[in-house]
Design a protein around this ligand. Structure first.
Ligand SMILES: *Cc1c(COP(=O)(O)O)cnc(C)c1O
Length: 349
């Protein structure tokens, strides 16, 4: 066997051993008395070793690249990222002894950059979020490296039929609940990979569950869903870190989504704080976007006299955002007044 094949086998074994050592993430039930008979659950992806749902994606992207023969011993790994994916990929690159460079917008949370460096990776910052793609291509070519390209490969690197993917895990964890088959699963889109996996899995398993994708301001996904124009662009990036994109990402699959909702950024922020009070710990801003969508659907179910369950994701922890989303001065400057939504949420007890 060639040296290369031997290295690849060892690399795959190391990733599988890492999975074997790891536990699944919890499904947390949120108690809201005023939503009698409507149960809300959060799949807590913050408990992965690298702190977000991107741990799953990074693992899948590395296995995909290894099995495709794209990554070999000493291949530098390049990625375009708003941060979370890069943190998780830096972890797997270190596990395999590969150099790692993340191309990120300069607005990325400092904590994330520190975590990438903690795992032995390097951060390569660009001015604007729409510059990360071309710069990643350029770097990969210059260094004879491999551009992971999460925005293209997220939807196909993940096993959508099962293999304990996130949808598989949600449905098996729901098995003993009052309403085991969710009425809705709500998710936001960054790459679109997670919603693609969930949407395909729901169809494959023949469940009646509907998938609602929530989108923040300054993102093209919501408009794209309705007009299917692949050339839609936004000049400024989303202010909700991790979700919302300035261009239509190849990994976003509109046909598996039953409904999309546009969520005002101020509502995402208010819901993030609201959840902090309920859970006793901080969550990231995209979790606020997800949960605001869930609460809208729950109220609509209540108004039409329906009961059932709604599941969403707690995508990452708020500890990463202490200087930004948990800093009142920064919030005021970025989002202004969100009290309208805070008051609206205060009625949910
Ligand atoms: C990536 C990400 C999402 C969206 O997940 P995708 O599978 O990329 O669509 C949501 N929240 C956070 C914090 C993320 O990092």
């Amino acid at each position: 066997m060639s040296n290369n094949r031997h290295w690849t086998h060892e690399a795959i074994r190391k990733i599988e051993a890492d999975i074997q050592r790891s536990a699944d993430t919890h499904l947390i039930k949120l108690a809201i008395n005023s939503l009698q008979g409507i149960d809300i659950y959060l799949k807590d992806e913050s408990t992965h070793p690298t702190g977000s749902l991107k741990h799953r994606l990074a693992r899948s992207l590395f296995l995909f690249a290894l099995c495709n023969g794209w990554v070999k011993q000493d291949t530098p790994i390049i990625e375009s990222s708003s941060g979370s994916t890069a943190v998780s990929e830096a972890y797997f690159a270190r596990l395999l002894g590969l150099p790692f460079i993340a191309v990120m917008p300069k607005t990325t949370a400092r904590k994330k950059i520190e975590q990438i460096e903690f795992f032995g990776g390097k951060a390569h910052l660009v001015e604007r979020s729409d510059q990360i793609y071309a710069e990643s291509h350029r770097l990969a070519q210059a260094l004879n490296g491999h551009y992971m390209d999460q925005f293209t490969y997220a939807e196909r690197a993940t096993d959508w039929r099962g293999n304990n993917n996130i949808a598989d895990s949600i449905f098996s964890q729901m098995a003993l609940e009052d309403h085991p088959i969710p009425e809705w699963i709500v998710m936001s889109a960054g790459t679109g990979g997670t919603s693609s996996t969930i949407g395909r899995f729901i169809r494959y398993q023949k469940y009646p569950t509907r998938l609602c994708v929530v989108d923040p301001e300054n993102s093209v996904f919501f408009d794209y869903y309705h007009c299917l124009d692949k050339n839609l662009k936004h000049d400024c990036g989303s202010k909700i870190e991790g979700i919302g994109r300035p261009r239509v990402e190849p990994s976003f699959v509109p046909s598996v989504i039953d409904e999309m909702r546009h969520i005002p950024d101020a509502a995402s922020i208010a819901t993030m704080y609201w959840l902090e009070q309920r859970l006793g710990r901080k969550v990231g801003p995209s979790t606020g976007t997800n949960l605001y969508g869930v609460l809208q659907l729950a109220r609509e179910m209540r108004e039409s006299g329906k009961q059932g369950s709604i599941v969403t994701l707690l995508c990452d922890s708020g500890e990463r955002y202490l200087e930004t989303y948990y800093n009142p001065a920064w919030i005021q400057q970025q989002f202004g007044d969100y009290s309208r939504y805070a008051q609206e949420l205060a009625t949910l007890v």
